[in-house]
Design a binder for this molecule. Structure first.
Ligand code: NI
Length: 414
């Protein structure tokens, strides 16, 4: 693709991203966002596929010649954060902000759709575009799956912007990339009394405080130092007065793990510690788990493919550290093989920060990478099918070359 064309794509995608950025909507409330995306796809003559979703859009490019189906997914929702970027296109809605860059993901997927549409006749399969609602509540992926939008999909791909990676860099890693994100709510019940007569009661605050302290030993004493676990207590509450021992105390928090066995073990140990320590103080505890998405685990085979795709586009490929944040992309991966990657956006702040931003030069890079990866994936799936069928005719031009023809070469500085 020539330099002016790159500039045009970047400008168009930046305009799209800025529009979304100025009009953020929370999870499951993305009605305007949905209408806007539908409008953009409609203008480009990209076919929208109707699935029973209140918000979010499913569309398709290709498939004119049959062939495999692959999916590209972007999330579209914003966060309850008050923006403090000072950008000219900052959020126009008080207390709402695209502070995780899902506006960026949506614009990048739009760009991929436009690039694929330009070469639709040559596409040897179907690319299903999933503009997913409610990632921040970890509800959207489940809704998309329940709507049937994964039907026929043989591989799924998605990306997240990564502020600490420079523009022109893509982080690709086989295995776990993002954590299982579970929540917990613990209530400790004792017996209230006059603060000056503690022997008449069973103090739930002392019991709960010891539980919180004892829980810290799970990570340090029950988990291998080679496994990564986060256990954070983020809310602690009990009592309403300085001279009354209350009858209840409670706390909430989150557990982040990358391995299903470790997740199960930590949860078991958590229950033992809570109930055991509560009993030691004569109190009784209850634990409620709020199960979040499992860890995002990447297929090694698709990671290899993506590395070749990225290198073919002249991108700098790095092996990223996993993130302890959660991602409901994990639910898709329970259904079909696939890959989630980090795309460098040279951001000034981390995700969910009020001054979060992206470098928009990464927009056309994200678009081209997604488009090229979809083409390469279709090529690989077709080659696999040919091998399995024993046809032995696999002398195509090769997926990497087809992808490059569609996406051109990315100039990370352009
Ligand atoms: Ni996010």
């Amino acid at each position: 693709m020539s330099a002016p064309a790159v500039e045009t794509l970047e400008r168009r995608l930046a305009a799209a991203r800025r529009h979304l950025h100025a009009h953020p909507e929370l999870s499951l409330e993305e009605y305007e966002t949905t209408a806007t995306i539908r409008g953009w796809l409609g203008e480009a003559d990209i076919r929208i596929v109707e699935y029973p979703l209140k918000t979010g859009v499913i569309a398709e490019v290709g498939g004119l010649l049959g062939g495999p189906v692959v999916a590209l997914r972007a999330d579209i929702d914003a966060l309850p954060v008050q923006e403090k970027t000072g950008l000219p296109f900052a959020s126009t809605v008080p207390g709402r902000m695209h502070a995780c860059g899902h506006d960026f993901h949506t614009a990048a997927l739009l760009g991929a759709a436009l690039l694929l549409k330009e070469r639709e006749r040559e596409l040897a399969g179907t690319v299903r575009l999933i503009f997913q609602p409610a990632e921040e509540k970890a509800l959207g992926a489940g809704q998309v799956i329940a709507s049937g939008a994964l039907r026929g999909v043989q591989a799924i791909f998605g990306l997240h912007n990564k502020p600490d990676l420079p523009v022109g860099t893509v982080g690709i890693k086989a295995g776990p990339l993002m954590a299982a994100a579970d929540g917990f709510a613990v209530e400790v019940e004792g017996r209230g009394s006059h603060a000056a007569v503690p022997e008449a009661g069973l103090d739930p605050i002392v019991g709960a405080a010891h539980i919180v302290t004892a829980l810290q030993t799970i990570v340090s004493r029950n988990v291998s130092p080679l496994d990564s676990v986060v256990l954070s207590v983020t809310r602690f509450q009990g009592g309403a007065s300085w001279n009354v021992i209350p009858d209840k105390a409670s706390f909430d928090g989150t557990l982040r793990t990358f391995d299903e066995k470790v997740r199960t073990k930590v949860r078991e140990r958590f229950e033992q510690v809570v109930h055991g320590v509560a009993a030691a103080y004569g109190t009784q505890a209850s634990v409620r788990w709020i199960a979040g998405p499992p860890a995002v685990r990447n297929d090694a085979g698709w990671a290899e493919t993506a590395v070749r795709t990225a290198e073919g586009l002249g991108l700098n490929v790095v092996s990223p550290l996993p993130s302890p944040a959660g991602e409901d992309f994990a639910f898709y991966r329970q259904q079909v093989p696939g890959l989630f990657v980090f795309l460098g956006t040279s951001g000034p702040q981390e995700w969910h920060h009020p001054a979060f931003d992206v470098d928009e030069r990464a927009l056309p890079i994200g678009a081209k990478f997604l488009a090229a990866l979809a083409v390469d994936a279709i090529g690989k799936l077709k080659a696999q099918e040919a091998t399995e069928a024993g046809a032995g005719t696999g002398r195509s031009t090769g997926p990497a070359r087809e992808a490059k023809a569609i996406a051109g070469t990315v100039d990370p500085n352009g």
